[in-house]
Design a protein around this ligand. Structure first.
Ligand code: ZN
Length: 429
């Protein structure tokens, strides 16, 4: 179905106001325009136009944990957050470790239609960390998997990690590592430091992340392959990645919105909504992550949207599940942490939340420029809006947002996927 839309007076990448004409799924023109016959118009004064956001790290939970999220509810949440493409992590039940499962998830995404769903394939069979999964078959499947990850678990065996890195070179794939040395984090609950000591919670040392990142940068360089590091959370990790990039190695990295804004001091009340893997760290880590994202050491923002039902989350800290929802608040948190602090402009946000994640995910047709002839996948965002986050109003099936009750700037007003609105006036279209 072809629709014609005229978006009046939006500011592409925060620049001068312009009219954006959308026709046949493409951006037709940017500049002063009169509405063609039959066009639908949107007044967008004061709104910023960004290319549709791309998330490298989403847990959609389907198949297996439909009580936490489904492809339908998770992609609704994504569209409402301004996303037009998400990568669905492989730790489902069954695990996405075969062509059959990744194709099932890919099909569910197409049926839902709220945004593109790109399944991530597991690196090892059943996330067991013992045998490589059928990486080639997943790459050749209809889902065309290019990103592989055991996320939730670390590929801790160095030989297996080396083999995975070697294997994906054949089809320009990338291994996305959840960097967590398992022996150093046995029973770990919270960043190892003053706060974990005070609360009597088992510490999660920064070195458990940094040691794996250092090892894997060296392995990726040794075999000449592409490594992506999930949810970087420590200042030391940023330094190691800066060093590896300085060598010209094929290493990329992501940071989550929550690690850009929140610290481990929030755990003081033992509220498990702040329990996450990797854990919230210190203010010094937050500062280093922001700096790393600003200078490009960290390539992109990825949500690690990790929905959990109430019974898994609202319990004692020790037994609560790790994870936070994030799709519906990501852009707002990035505005607060990066834009309102002067660290990134809107062109920088477009780069870190759309262009670069699309490059890392090997996505053609996403992360493009706002320019005539490009697919009309874009989001309209009001940076002057401000309100208190209420997870009860979220489209996600789960409510475990650490930003609940917090006042944040911004509001996603509209999202277009290849010329078709998925969100209008802040609601699912
Ligand atoms: Zn992870």
């Amino acid at each position: 179905m072809s629709e014609t839309w005229l978006i009046r007076g939006a500011r592409p990448l925060g620049g001068e106001p312009a009219d954006i004409l959308i026709r046949d799924g493409l951006i037709d023109s940017i500049g002063a325009a009169t509405a063609p016959a039959g066009a639908q118009a949107i007044g967008a004064d004061g709104l910023i136009a960004l290319p549709g956001l791309v998330d490298l790290h989403t847990h959609l939970r389907e198949p297996g944990r439909e009580d936490a999220e489904t492809v339908e509810t998770g992609t609704r949440a994504a569209a409402l957050g301004g996303f037009t493409a998400v990568h669905a992590m492989a730790n489902t039940d069954p695990v996405a470790d075969t062509a059959g499962v990744v194709e099932q998830i890919w099909r569910l995404g197409r049926q839902a239609g709220h945004c593109d769903v790109h399944p991530v394939g597991a690196v090892t069979v059943g996330l067991g960390g013992a045998r490589l999964a059928e990486l080639g078959a997943m790459a050749d499947s209809a889902a065309r998997v290019r990103v592989f990850s055991d996320d939730g678990k670390c590929v801790s065996d160095a030989v297996l990690m080396r083999r995975a890195l070697e294997y994906v070179k054949a089809f320009d794939g990338v291994i996305a590592q959840h960097a967590q040395e398992p022996r150093l984090t046995d029973g770990a609950q919270l960043n190892e430091g003053e706060m974990s000591a005070r609360l009597g919670l088992t510490g999660w040392p920064a070195v458990a992340e940094e040691a794996i990142i250092a090892r894997d940068c060296l392995l990726a360089a040794h075999v000449g392959s592409a490594l992506h590091i999930c949810h970087v959370s420590t200042a030391g990790s940023v330094e190691i990645i800066r060093w590896a990039k300085g060598k010209g190695w094929r290493v990329t990295a992501e940071v989550t919105p929550h690690h850009l804004l929140l610290t481990d001091s929030l755990a003081a009340g033992y509220d498990p909504v702040y329990k996450v893997n990797p854990p919230l760290r210190t203010a010094a880590d937050v500062a280093a992550l922001r700096e790393g994202l600003a200078d490009g050491t960290i390539d992109c923002v990825a949500t690690d949207h990790a929905p959990h039902p109430v019974e898994d989350k609202e319990t004692e800290w020790d037994t609560a599940a790790f994870g936070m929802t994030g799709l519906e608040t990501a852009l707002r948190v990035v505005q607060q942490a990066m834009v309102d602090t002067g660290l990134l402009d809107w062109a920088g946000v477009a780069d870190r939340m759309s262009r670069r994640p699309a490059v890392i995910g090997r996505l053609a047709g996403a992360g493009g420029e706002l320019a005539p002839g490009q697919p009309a996948s874009l989001t309209l965002y009001d940076p002057a809006a401000r309100d208190t986050v209420n997870p009860a109003t979220h489209a996600s099936r789960s409510r475990n947002s650490p930003f609940g009750g917090m006042e944040l700037p911004g509001r996603v007003v509209a999202t277009f996927l290849r010329g078709i609105p998925t969100v209008l006036d802040g609601k699912i279209a």
